[in-house]
Each structure stands twice: as C-alpha cells, then as structure tokens.
Design a protein around this ligand. Structure first.
Ligand code: DGL
Length: 264
C-alpha cells in the first residue's frame, strides 16, 4: 500500500477529539483515519506535564505501529504540554491544537476575552508564550473547566450536573464584559448548544476545529501524502473503556466506522 493511503492518526485523552475528527472527515472525505481515545486516563488536564508527555508518546507509538502517516494531537492539553517533545522524538508530521486566542483578540470589541480550558493547558509554557503575543490591552479571563471532561466522558453531556457546573463557569463571564469565548478543549464543542443558551448572542464562541482540519490538509499536501483515491474513507476507533459514549457522539457519522474496545 502507498503511504498516501495510510490513515491519519488522531488521539485525545478521550472522546472530545471526535469534534476534530468530524471536521477532518468533512474536509477530507477520502482520507482514512485511526482515532485513539485514551478515556481510561482522562482527564489529562489534571496531570503533571511529564505524565501528559508519557501518555502522548505512548499514544503516538500506538498510531505509528498502525502505520499512520501523520498525527493530529486532537487535545489542547497534550498539544500545549507535549507536542514539542513529540516533534523531537518522532519524524512523522504532527498537527496540534491550542486555544484560539489570536482570532479572539482580533475580533473582540470589549477588549475582554474568555478562555475555557483545562488546568494543564492554561498552565502550560506554550499557552503562556502564545498569550504574550496578543495585544497587551486585551484582558484575558481564564477559566479552568474542571469536571466538564469527566461529565462528557461519563455520558452526562445533558444533565443537571452539567447545567449547574457550566453555568458556574459561564455566567460570571457575561458580567465581566467578555464578548468572545475561546473553547480551549476539544471536548467543549459538544457543549456549544448549552453555552449558547447561557450567553445568547452576547458572546461569540470560538472553536478551532475547522482550522485544524485545514492545517491537516495543508500539511498532507505539502508532504505529498494526500490520499489519491476517491473512495470514501474508512475510520477505525480504538478506545480503552466502554465505547457507549463514543458511539453516541459519532452516531450521525457512523458510515465506514469500526470501533474496537482494547487496552493500550
Ligand atoms: N480534549 C482534551 C483537551 O483538548 C481534554 C483534556 C483532559 O482530558 O483533561 O484538552
């Protein structure tokens, strides 16, 4: 088989990275993908940087053993803590995701932006570095979304617990004059309908999933490894926990999908 036909590898601490997978699948319908959901070890956001690096290396090794031609780190926490090490350790191209604070800074009218992300992302060196490049006049309200990933992983996306927790993070932002909210975790796009209900039209929600898909396409093209066939892509998911929540999240895209529950 030609390298072009090998899958794009995607990993996340859990099921959240499927929000990125959906964007990739839409933009690149002929690409095969392999998605690794490390749900057993979620959340990454509360772990040390070394633990996040070790898990990210393990996930990458798994995907490379399955012949992936490029790796998408579909996790802000893993990107901001480990992508530098991954790029030094492996020769395959990596695409990462980090909170889209630059677009938020460009569009805010109140000069106040909200960033909802994990502790691991907000405390990372990379996030600090990116933050230092935006206009100094812009006030950043950073919120650690503690507990949100656990509720999504636990199948409680729509639950009273979620409503209470999410309101406690989002409501203060409205009072603080925030007009742009950056979703800095790939699990959070699944919360958009509920966030929208809380903020109405007062706040623009910024999510970088589509940008990651565009960057994936650009890097495949640059390396001359875009899939050259016009067959609909095949998608293989590996998860080290019960597949129930994952199946629900990707139910509307279930054509050509296989899910394997497996320890890794
Ligand atoms: N989806 C991961 C992210 O983008 C969640 C991290 C976690 O497991 O805490 O950051």
């Amino acid at each position: 088989m030609k390298l072009n036909n090998y899958p794009i590898g995607i990993f996340d601490s859990g099921v959240g990275g499927t929000s990125i997978w959906k964007e990739i699948k839409t933009l690149l319908p002929f690409e095969n993908t392999m998605y690794l959901s490390d749900s057993l070890n979620a959340p990454y956001g509360e772990k040390s940087q070394q633990e996040i690096i070790d898990l990210s290396i393990k996930n990458t090794q798994f995907l490379l053993e399955h012949n992936c031609k490029l790796i998408v780190v579909a996790c802000n926490t893993a990107t901001t803590n480990a992508i530098k090490t991954l790029r030094k350790t492996f020769t395959v191209p990596f695409i990462g995701i980090e909170p889209a604070i630059k677009p938020a800074a460009l569009q805010t009218k109140t000069n106040t932006i909200g960033i909802l992300a994990t502790k691991g992302t907000l405390n990372s060196e990379l996030f600090e570095k990116t933050s230092s490049t935006i206009n100094k006049k812009i006030v950043r309200k950073e919120i650690i979304g503690k507990g949100l990933v656990e509720l999504i992983e636990g199948g409680k996306l729509y639950s009273d617990e979620m409503t209470v927790l999410l309101s406690s993070y989002i409501n203060p932002l409205i009072a603080q004059n925030v007009d742009s909210l950056v979703l800095g975790c790939t699990h959070y796009p699944y919360l958009i309908p509920q966030i929208r209900e809380l903020v109405g039209t007062k706040i623009t929600i910024i999510d970088s999933g589509a940008a990651v898909a565009r960057q994936t396409k650009a890097i495949l093209k640059l390396n001359n490894i875009l899939n050259s066939t016009t067959n609909k892509g095949r998608h293989h998911f590996y998860i080290n926990k019960d597949k129930g929540v994952l199946s629900q999240l990707i139910a509307s895209d279930s054509g050509c999908v296989t899910i394997t529950e497996k320890e890794f």
